[in-house]
Design a protein around this ligand. Structure first.
Ligand SMILES: [Zn+2]
Length: 477
């Protein structure tokens, strides 16, 4: 622990108790607004209502938020807290309002009731990501209250002790690529995002491994390229089978692409393994050390030996560009040989792989004969993200985690999925996954994303709020 007092120490325990209770109510309020994406019907206004609800909470704090609605029913909200301008570019607190649908049949609690039970807040978005949206909102409201207590108007005056501005921007449509949310903001309101760095979802959630508690901070994300392969065969009568039946050719496409390619170690994963190894002992340390040294012969077996099946799947995905054939269409009638078929691929690419390289790898794996009857077209593309695991903001995040959990190990990590960070990268904003939660070792947090009975622990939130507050105060102070 550093000798320097933590900014959060200036707030006494009972005031943190009040702030925690308020955080829980903010989270429940957000969960009760079913901001599902895709919209159940055109014009459905869940995201707009959630944006308006946040704007109301910000106005209660004396701030002047703005809401935009680029597509009917789809709102995003932003507010700026002022620093005195002596500390450089702003800090961005980023989040998304939308959640994936939650068919209620298998839930033990109504996914949109925001129940508190058994030490958890339950509901769709409790993990992805209304928890962090509410934590960021709670921090913004604390800062605004400190300005009011100092006799200042938080809408226009600097917040006491802040040298940089703090931007809080929460967007629609993250779960479907961001076109109706952050992509629109990048084009039309970049002032809502322009910052020295951003705090975003997916990181700093405690994970216990080998008896140590680790806090993987999201510095990198895989990108994606979605392809449609149109396979051309020959139409015919089902009574006389043909080798160039497009369904048969599509099956070969799927079989070839389902075999994953060779591993490639990125700098983030190398650093992740290196830091894991240096904080563990024995066999685990040796194998992780070997993984960090980029020996592809070791990686598959090592990963399987070290991890449970869920974690091995994650780690294997983080060591290569992956291909998942997820949609196959062929055929019109049982006795008609199909002359055409389509296969859609979800390819997830590592930082350093371009779309052109991914496409070339797909075509190469088909082989020349199969590739000759396939046309590969790009449907969607999201850039990989790779922020530095160093610099003022990253170092601040590491520091505040250590200050709040001296036995915990913060370390850089890459997530296998994409977030809104693929858009902030276009404005060159280093974006970090940092939604600090201290969890019990048994908690299956990763499985709660988009899952049944999504929920977040009250104690995890209680720990996280002052961590986030200190991250903001330390970086902007
Ligand atoms: Zn999310």
């Amino acid at each position: 622990m550093t000798a320097d007092p933590r900014p959060s120490d200036a707030i006494d325990a009972s005031a943190w108790g009040v702030a925690h209770d308020e955080l829980v109510e903010l989270l429940r309020g957000l969960i009760r607004i079913p901001s599902v994406n895709p919209q159940p019907e055109p014009g459905f206004d869940g995201e707009l209502r959630a944006a308006g609800w946040i704007a109301d909470r910000l106005r209660e704090s004396g701030l002047e938020p703005e809401v935009v609605e680029p597509v009917p029913g789809r709102g995003s909200v932003s507010v700026r807290l002022r620093g005195d301008g002596t500390g450089g570019d702003p800090l961005l607190l980023l989040g998304h309002l939308d959640v994936v649908p939650a068919p209620p049949d298998r839930w033990t609690h109504d996914p949109f009731a925001g129940d508190v039970a058994d030490g958890y807040v339950w509901g769709r978005g409790a993990v992805d990501m209304k928890n962090l949206v509410a934590m960021e909102l709670a921090v913004v409201r604390l800062l605004a209250a400190e300005a009011r207590d100092a006799g200042r108007d938080p809408a226009i005056d600097p917040i006491p002790g802040l040298h940089r501005d703090v931007l809080y921007t929460v967007t629609a449509d993250e779960e479907a690529g961001g076109l109706a949310g952050i992509a629109w903001i990048v084009e039309n309101r970049p002032d809502w995002l322009q910052a020295a760095g951003a705090i975003n979802e997916s990181g700093a959630v405690a994970t216990t491994y080998g008896g140590r508690r680790f806090y993987p901070i999201g510095v990198a994300e895989k990108g994606y390229a979605v392809y449609r392969i149109s396979v051309t065969g020959t139409w015919g009568h089902g009574s006389m089978p043909r080798d160039d039946n497009a369904a048969v050719l599509a099956a070969q496409v799927v079989a070839r692409l389902a075999i994953q390619g060779p591993p490639r170690l990125t700098s983030t994963m190398a650093e992740f393994f290196r830091q894991l190894a240096s904080n563990l002992d024995g066999d685990a340390a040796r194998v992780l050390g070997a993984l960090a040294s980029d020996d592809p012969r070791l990686s598959e077996a090592a990963v399987d030996r070290l991890c449970d099946p869920m974690s091995s799947r994650v780690v294997r995905a983080l060591l290569r560009d992956t291909v998942s054939p997820d949609i196959i269409h062929a055929g019109v009638k049982y006795n008609v040989i199909p002359g055409e078929a389509t296969v859609e691929l979800d390819c997830r690419i590592l930082p350093g792989t371009t779309e052109e390289q991914m496409r070339a790898a797909v075509i190469e794996r088909l082989g020349p004969e199969l590739a000759a009857v396939c046309d590969v077209s790009l449907l969607l593309f999201g850039q990989p993200v790779d922020a530095p695991a160093s610099g003022d903001l990253y170092d601040t995040l590491v520091r505040v985690v250590r200050e709040h959990d001296p036995d915990g190990v913060p370390l850089p990590f890459m997530v296998p999925f994409a977030t809104d960070a693929k858009h902030t990268v276009k404005l060159a904003i280093p974006t970090y996954g940092f939604s600090p939660l201290r969890l019990d070792p048994e908690e299956r947090f990763l499985e709660r994303f988009h899952g049944v009975d999504e929920r977040v622990g009250l104690d995890a939130l209680r720990w996280g709020l002052p961590v986030l507050y200190d991250a903001v105060r330390r970086f902007c102070g």
